[in-house]
Design a protein around this ligand. Structure first.
Ligand code: SAH
Length: 355
C-alpha cells in the first residue's frame, strides 16, 4: 500500500467513489505524493523512456519542422515557442541546437515551458541553461501570452485525466473507483442518459467503453485558437489512435505494466490519446492534419539521412547503439506505429513539413 492509497481510501470513505479522472489527477499531480511531482520518472533506470530520450534525432527533426513552418509563415519577428510537458528538457534542448543556424529564429523566440512538476522544472533548467534569459515556466497553457505560437507536445496528452464510460444492459455507466474491503477497486456508477456521452458513442454495442478527456480537448482548443488568431503551428505526438472504444488506462512501473490501482503515485498512469477528440476541438479555430504514425512522420522529415550523417562520426559500438535507437523510434513493432501525430496550423496556411 502506498501513502496515496490510504489517502484515497479515506477520501472515498468521506465523499464516495471518484471518477477515473479524479484518480489520475491525484496519482500524477498530488503536491506531496504525485507521480510527477515527487520524482524523476524517466530513463533506463526510471519507469519509461520517451522518444527524445532514445535519440537526439527526434528533437532535431521536429525542431527543424517547426522552424521551417516559421519561415514559411514569413518569419514573424517575435514568436512563442511552447513545449507542453517537457520532461527532462531533452526534446527542447535538441530542437534548439538543431535550429541554432536558422537566421533570426532564436532572436525572435521566447520559450514557454508548461510543466506542472517542480522537480522536473529544476531538471529542465540544466540542459536549457544557455537559453536562461528566454525561458519561462507556467502551470498551464492559459498562462502563456498571445502571439504567433509554435508548439510541441510529446507524451503530454496521455497524462491528462480521462473519464471512462461503459455501455451495459442498463445503458451508459461511468467507471468509478471505490473502496472494497480496505482496497481500491473499480465499480460502475448509476445508468446515465444517452446525452451524457459524446455523440461518437451513441451507436456502440454493449460492452464498449469510451474515454473522454476534457482537459485534453480544452488544451487542443486553446492551441487552435492561438494559431488561428496569431499564426504558428503545433505538432502533437502521443500513443493512441484516431479513436478508440476500449479501456486504455494503463500503469507502468520500472518498464512493466502493473495494475492501475496497485501503486497510486508510484506508477505512471496514462490513457491512449483519442486524436479525433483533439481534432474536433481544434477544428473550429484552425486546420488539423490527418493522423500520421511516428515512423512515417520521421521518415518524411528525413530521419534516414540524418541517421546516416550522424553515423559517419561514430565508432562501431556507438553505431550499433545509434542503429538500435533508430529502430526503436521507427520500427512498426516498437514506437513507429503505436505513436501517432497530428499538426494544427492556420486555416489559410499549409501544414508543417512531414504532414
Ligand atoms: N515530453 C517529454 C516528457 C513526457 S512525460 C518527453 O517526451 O520526454 C509528461 C510530462 O508532462 C512531464 O514533464 C510531466 O511532469 C508533465 N505533465 C503531466 N501532466 C501535466 C499537466 N497536467 N500539466 C502540466 N504538465 C504536466
Amino acid at each position: 500500500m502506498t501513502l496515496l492509497t490510504e489517502r484515497l481510501l479515506s477520501q472515498i470513505e468521506k465523499t464516495g467513489p471518484m471518477s477515473v479522472a479524479e484518480y489520475m489527477t491525484i496519482c500524477l499531480l498530488d503536491p506531496n505524493h504525485g507521480y510527477y511531482t515527487r520524482q524523476q520518472p524517466f530513463g533506463s533506470s526510471g519507469d519509461f523512456i520517451t522518444a527524445p530520450e532514445v535519440s537526439q534525432m527526434f528533437g532535431e527533426l521536429l525542431g527543424l519542422a517547426l522552424a521551417q513552418t516559421w519561415l514559411d509563415q514569413g518569419a514573424p519577428t517575435r514568436f512563442i515557442l511552447v513545449e507542453l510537458g517537457p520532461g527532462r528538457g531533452t526534446l527542447m534542448s535538441d530542437m534548439l541546437r538543431a535550429t541554432r543556424s536558422i537566421p533570426g529564429f532564436h532572436d525572435a523566440m521566447d520559450i514557454w515551458l508548461v510543466e506542472a512538476s517542480p522537480v522536473l522544472r529544476e531538471t529542465q533548467r540544466e540542459p536549457l541553461a544557455e537559453y536562461a534569459s528566454k525561458l519561462h515556466w507556467v502551470d498551464s497553457l492559459d498562462a502563456v501570452p498571445d502571439g504567433p505560437t509554435y508548439l510541441i507536445a510529446n507524451e503530454f496528452f496521455d497524462c491528462l485525466p480521462v473519464r471512462q464510460y461503459r455501455r451495459t444492459e442498463l445503458g451508459w455507466q461511468e467507471q468509478m473507483i471505490t473502496a472494497k474491503d480496505g482496497a481500491l477497486g473499480f465499480m460502475l456508477g448509476r445508468a446515465l442518459p444517452e446525452q451524457a456521452v459524446p455523440e461518437r458513442a451513441r451507436d456502440l454495442p454493449e460492452g464498449a467503453m469510451i474515454e473522454t478527456c476534457a482537459a485534453g480537448t480544452a488544451v487542443a482548443e486553446d492551441i487552435a485558437r492561438r494559431i488561428g488568431a496569431f499564426g504558428g503551428a503545433a505538432i502533437i505526438i502521443d500513443y493512441g489512435d484516431w479513436t478508440n472504444t476500449a479501456d486504455t488506462l494503463q500503469a507502468i512501473k520500472a518498464h512493466k505494466k502493473v495494475d492501475p490501482l496497485d501503486y497510486p503515485g508510484q506508477s505512471d498512469l496514462t490513457a491512449h490519446v483519442n486524436f479525433s477528440e483533439l481534432a474536433q476541438a481544434a477544428d473550429r479555430f484552425a486546420a488539423v492534419s490527418g493522423l500520421k504514425d511516428q515512423a512515417s512522420l520521421l521518415a518524411a522529415l528525413g530521419i534516414v539521412q540524418r541517421a546516416q550523417i550522424l553515423a559517419l562520426k561514430m565508432g562501431p559500438e556507438q553505431q550499433e547503439r545509434h542503429h538500435s535507437a533508430f529502430q526503436r523510434l521507427t520500427d512498426a513493432d516498437q514506437m513507429g506505429q503505436l505513436f501517432k501525430a497530428i499538426a494544427i496550423y492556420p486555416q489559410s496556411g499549409t501544414p508543417p513539413p512531414g504532414f
